[in-house]
Design a protein around this ligand. Structure first.
Ligand code: ZN
Ligand code: ZN
Length: 176
């Protein structure tokens, strides 16, 4: 069994932790899709909302449907002709709405696991994982976490003051 990063499970509920915003999505008998989350092939788990903008054009989407009709369509010959008619109409009327609908039908079977790194906010450096961002800052500044602790202690004195300065950094989203 593959152990997924950011996955915590016990007998009653599951939760997924977003590598970008740290939100912990919890629920009973849930999977990533119920939480509107995905995981890339590098093992980053993230809320779908952080995905890099899809920049495919109308033509890219048409090409995707064409490819689907050619390679993966499993219907009768009549259904295939209907589908081709539908596509012809879409192209003629530049009906992007219908095209989007169709793409989402095609993508429906798509797993939200093993996503290509080009769709991952961490792999594309659209967002940083907190631990890696911290490691980067420490490396750049030549400090260790212990140095930071000394600095924070002298600056704020109490955890409460420090905490109110850094603000809330975690959240839980119920996906049940
Ligand atoms: Zn998130
Ligand atoms: Zn990734």
């Amino acid at each position: 069994m593959k152990i997924r990063s950011g996955f915590v499970s016990n007998s009653s509920s599951s939760s997924f932790i977003c590598a970008v915003c740290n939100a912990s999505h919890t629920g009973y008998d849930i999977g990533l899709s119920e939480c509107e989350m995905s995981e890339c092939t590098e093992g980053h788990t993230f809320c779908d909302e952080h995905m890099p903008d899809k920049s495919d054009t109308f033509d890219d989407r048409v090409a995707k449907v064409k490819k689907y009709l050619k390679e993966d369509f499993d219907g009768s010959r009549g259904e295939k002709l209907d589908a081709e008619d539908r596509l012809t109409t879409i192209i003629k009327e530049k009906d992007d709405c219908d095209l989007e609908d169709w793409i989402s039908e095609i993508d429906d079977g798509d797993d939200c696991y093993e996503l290509d790194p080009s769709k991952c906010p961490i792999c594309t450096l659209k967002s940083l994982n907190d631990f890696e961002a911290l490691a980067y800052l420490l490396k750049k500044s030549g400090q260790t976490k212990e140095d930071l602790a000394v600095q924070v202690k002298s600056e704020f004195g109490t955890y409460k003051k420090y905490k109110s300065y850094v603000g809330e950094v975690d959240g839980v989203v119920d996906c049940s």
